[in-house]
Design a binder for this molecule. Structure first.
Ligand code: ARG
Ligand code: ZN
Length: 887
């Protein structure tokens, strides 16, 4: 039976574990662990003489001893959840011997086999699959790790901390010892062993120390590690310069593996990465992969302070480390881009991700506050809400307090909590103290789910030249929270005159006009009224610039005003946002026209707005590319009262085609003008040009230009980098061109031996449309699950093919006969037996079934029920998702 855990039920641990010595005898079939713990009762525990409970899952107990005496049956109890030992009322030395099988560990949690290597993943609750331990983040211990293994199988053996001893044993084995000087929770433990090679470098820290950095990979991947190592150096330097934080170890390692449940993991001094977030060269990685790798390398490195040195009291506090660390990695990525307009592109990307994934989550059955109040399985709460919305909440604090004060609060937070396992209050309190501001109203962001709607209505008083803004905020109900209190929302306001210049934002009661530009206000109540004066003409308003708050803003702007902002707003984020909104509205209009069977032309306003941006000589290629990118079908659909994915798809196609047709020569010229010559370099400028060229080719191709088709095919054949090659393949696969089959086969032949490329190829297959006369995508995907280069045991394969199909190809997945959903149910059940975390992620694809037209919703519901019918076989992970979806 699923058990719900509540935040309010937190109890301090009964016992503390000051140190742990782990001795591993490695073997992929069966690994033996001897664990020696120094345990003592926790003085803070209020229970009298409680038994010691050590979590243990899927591991086999061999023996338990206390201070050298082996315990007999009856002196302890062991079951499928762990080991209970009564009578530990004083400090004791506990010795536990157990075994587990890395090979059999298809859940990829604990220690598991990845090819010829062994890898570990302990967050959130994987350590209990290695040995018996108090598997909770508030038990901090000092680790000594001894690893023994056959030299032939495991020439490299790594763990956290410093290598203190290394010796050969008589029997062809080797033994290494690592000591980690920093106490840590067990979720940060790591062990890696196998046939790995490394790219290494010395690096000089600001404080004068020199450290060793290394990136460990399979031998065939060594030529994909340079960018990773360089990104790590940039991250270390940035953390020193921007936050005054130094690396606290002599040695810092990164490991890459093809078998990993998510992106990467911040184990102390030994970060482990999914290879798709760590490996790059021009042949296997696109411009966005290069950016992502830099961001994730930064993210995991930044956790060393925000996560490892200051850690979590319990898993409800996850956003304390994740929201903060995402904020830090976003700032890092933006700073690496340099000047303000390039930074804006980074912000636009981050916001697009938030709107596409988190807004949807916040409106569905899994909606939860960034600090959830309850969960069944914590692995289901590594969500875009905890991560990305969590980062927005931190960003709002910086906006409200100002960068300098925020930095003071941050310093205070680190200084005060270093070495401790704390709650989100530790962060808020440090900020409150540094700023002298009562932040209690702000904490609603931590406790309430749902995306606030902010509606702004304007009244222009022509006689007195006054502008009144009436602002109302409201947040729709979410599961378990029907009534919401108002949020404290930063609310930047800017005014533009008819020439597109910024005007002063002056309140009517003020005597003096401030300098023209953005002015920051705060919303605290459900409603607010602002009256502005000193205005020479009625302004166009530019609100929530830079996406200061994670809200849905209805500024009441007309299409004409949006077009004006898209052409003139000096704030690049809002300029993009206005163009994006015009595109979304255009797709809505076309969708509606299809549903009502009243054909209408794509609005000339959106077409001319797009063409102005395309031709604007003051805009960078990178900006033009993001501004003219069509909003995703799912994002658009999310705003419809009832989603008809096919109508949205048709509407989307119509808008893209119309923009392409009306600007065909401009797009072709743009494509021609943005050829990047010379060897590949992932610099922002060159990446921006490639992005714009490919976007332009895409529009021209969608408009049926034969010249575009030739240019695309040519690009596919001659590109010296994956960005251009993949873009070409993608455009072809999404069109009815007969040449596409040959290109797809060519790509497959060339990419067959490279998992990173195979996954990209699978995604292209999964996300392409099917045209009359072609096999349905469902059939293609089903067939691909049986091919030799796909395995349900490999998370990246599953994400590339199945998530691609279930979540990025709405018009092909939502088939009228429900066969797409039946396939989903089949896959969820199979994955459930293999890897519960991956299965649960795939299971979430039907979360928002209630939002669809009744015919589809009914079939989605039936598919959910068919999984629910197997309840007794479901992992707790999947059970929670299905139960909440059915809610
Ligand atoms: N802490 C890791 C990171 O964000 C992710 C761990 C994800 N764990 C999980 N069980 N889903 O960098
Ligand atoms: Zn993280």
């Amino acid at each position: 039976m699923a058990k719900t855990i509540y935040r309010g039920d937190y109890r301090a641990p009964t016992h503390l574990i000051d140190s742990i010595r782990l001795e591993f005898d490695l073997n992929a079939e069966e690994t033996l662990v001897k664990s020696t713990l120094e345990v003592r009762p926790n003085p803070e525990c209020t229970e009298k003489d409680p038994p010691l409970f050590l979590n243990g899952e899927d591991i086999t107990l061999r023996s338990v001893s206390i201070d050298g005496r082996e315990l007999k049956d009856g002196e302890y109890k062991v079951d499928s959840n762990g080991l209970t030992i009564p009578g530990i009322t004083s400090a004791q030395k506990l010795e536990i011997v157990n075994t587990f099988s890395p090979k059999a560990n298809t859940a990829l949690s604990g220690i598991y086999a990845s090819g010829v290597n062994l890898m570990s993943q302990c967050e959130a609750q994987g350590f209990r699959r290695i040995t018996f331990f108090e598997d909770r983040p508030d038990v901090l211990a000092r680790y000594t790790t001894v690893i023994r293994g056959a030299t032939e199988d495991f020439p490299v053996m790594l763990s956290n901390g410093n290598l203190t001893e290394e010796k050969s044993l008589e029997d062809g084995r080797r033994e290494v010892t690592y000591v980690d000087p920093f106490p840590k929770p067990c979720y940060l433990f790591a062990l890696v062993a196998g046939k790995l090679v490394s790219r290494a470098s010395k690096f000089d820290l600001k404080d004068g120390r020199t450290v060793d950095l290394s990136v460990w990979v399979d031998p065939q991947d060594l030529d994909k590690t340079e960018h990773t190592l360089e990104s790590l150096k940039r991250a270390i330097r940035w953390d020193e310069e921007r936050w005054g934080l130094e690396l606290d170890l002599k040695d810092f390692k990164i490991v890459a593996t093809n078998d990993f449940n998510f992106g990467a993991m911040e184990n102390k001094g030994l970060n482990i990465f999914n290879s798709r977030c760590a490996l790059a060269n021009p042949k296997v990685a696109t411009d966005s992969d290069y950016l992502r790798i830099e961001g994730v390398v930064g993210h995991e490195y930044f956790h060393n302070w925000t996560g490892d040195r200051v850690t979590l009291r319990d898993w409800f506090q996850l956003t304390l480390k994740e929201g903060l660390t995402v904020f830090r990695d976003q700032e890092f990525s933006a700073d690496m881009l340099g000047e303000p307009s390039a930074r804006a592109v980074q912000r636009i990307r981050d916001v697009s991700v938030l709107r596409a994934a988190q807004f949807m989550e916040d409106a569905g059955p899994m909606a939860h506050p960034i600090r959830p109040e309850s969960y069944q399985n914590i692995n289901n709460f590594y969500t875009s809400t905890v991560y990305e919305k969590g980062a927005e909440v931190i960003r709002m604090l910086q906006t409200l307090l100002g960068r300098e004060t925020f930095r003071k609060g941050f310093d205070l937070y680190i200084a005060r909590n270093d070495g401790h396992a704390v709650t989100c209050e530790a962060f808020i309190n440090a900020m409150a103290e540094a700023s002298g501001r009562d932040l209690s109203e702000f904490t609603n962001w931590y406790s309430q789910a749902g995306t606030p709607r902010v509606t702004v209505r304007r009244h222009w008083d022509e006689v007195n030249h006054r502008l009144t803004l009436n602002v109302r905020q409201s947040t729709p109900p979410t599961p378990g929270q029907s009534v919401k209190k108002p949020f404290l929302i930063p609310f930047p306001v800017a005014f533009l005159n008819s020439r597109g210049e910024e005007m002063p934002v002056q309140l009517a009661e003020e005597d003096e006009a401030p300098a023209p530009g953005t002015r920051m206000f705060e919303l605290t109540d459900e409603t607010a009224e602002f009256v502005f004066g000193g205005l020479e003409e009625e302004p166009v308003v530019s609100l929530n610039r830079g996406f200061a708050a994670p809200i849905i803003l209805d500024a009441g702007l007309s299409q004409e005003e949006l077009a004006f902002l898209a052409a003139n707003d000096p704030d690049p984020f809002n300029r993009w946002d206005a163009m994006n909104r015009l595109l979304i509205d255009a797709v809505h209009a076309q969708t509606r026209a299809r549903l009502l069977k009243t054909p209408e032309d794509v609005s000339p306003l959106v077409i001319s707005a797009a063409s102005k941006i395309l031709r604007d000589e003051n805009l960078s290629p990178a900006f033009k590319a993001v501004a003219l990118t069509m909003p995703g079908e799912k994002l658009v659909a999310e705003e419809d009262p009832l989603i008809d994915p096919h109508a949205v798809h048709a509407g989307w196609i119509a808008v893209r085609q119309a923009i392409g047709e009306k600007n065909i020569s401009a797009f072709l010229e743009t494509a021609q003008a943005n050829i990047v010559e010379g060897p590949y370099e992932p610099t922002p400028e060159k990446a921006g040009k490639r992005a714009l060229r490919n976007l332009a080719l895409g529009y021209a191709h969608a408009a049926g230009s034969p010249r575009a088709a030739i240019m695309i095919k040519d690009q596919f054949m001659t590109a010296n980098n994956l960005t251009d090659k993949l873009a070409a393949l993608h455009m072809m696969a999404n069109s009815q061109t007969p040449a596409k089959q040959d290109m797809e086969v060519d790509a497959l032949k060339a990419w067959y031996h490279e998992p990173l490329l195979i996954n990209k190829w699978l995604t292209i297959q999964a996300t392409a449309p099917s045209f009359p006369g072609e096999a349905r995508v469902l059939e293609r995907v089903r067939e691909l699950t049986r091919c030799p280069f796909f395995s349900l045991k490999n998370p990246n394969n599953v994400y590339a093919l199945l998530l691609g199909y279930f979540q990025q190809n709405p018009s092909e997945f939502h088939l009228a006969d429900g066969s797409g959903y039946a396939f989903w149910a089949e896959m969820v059940l199979e994955l459930n037996r293999i890897n519960p975390q991956v299965a649960a992620r795939v299971a979430r694809s039907l979360d928002n079934w209630r939002r669809y037209t009744p015919a589809l919703a009914e079939k989605m519901h039936a598919a959910l029920e068919s999984v629910e019918a197997k309840r007794s076989e479901l992992s707790p992970n999947v059970a929670e998702i299905i139960e909440k979806a059915l809610g």
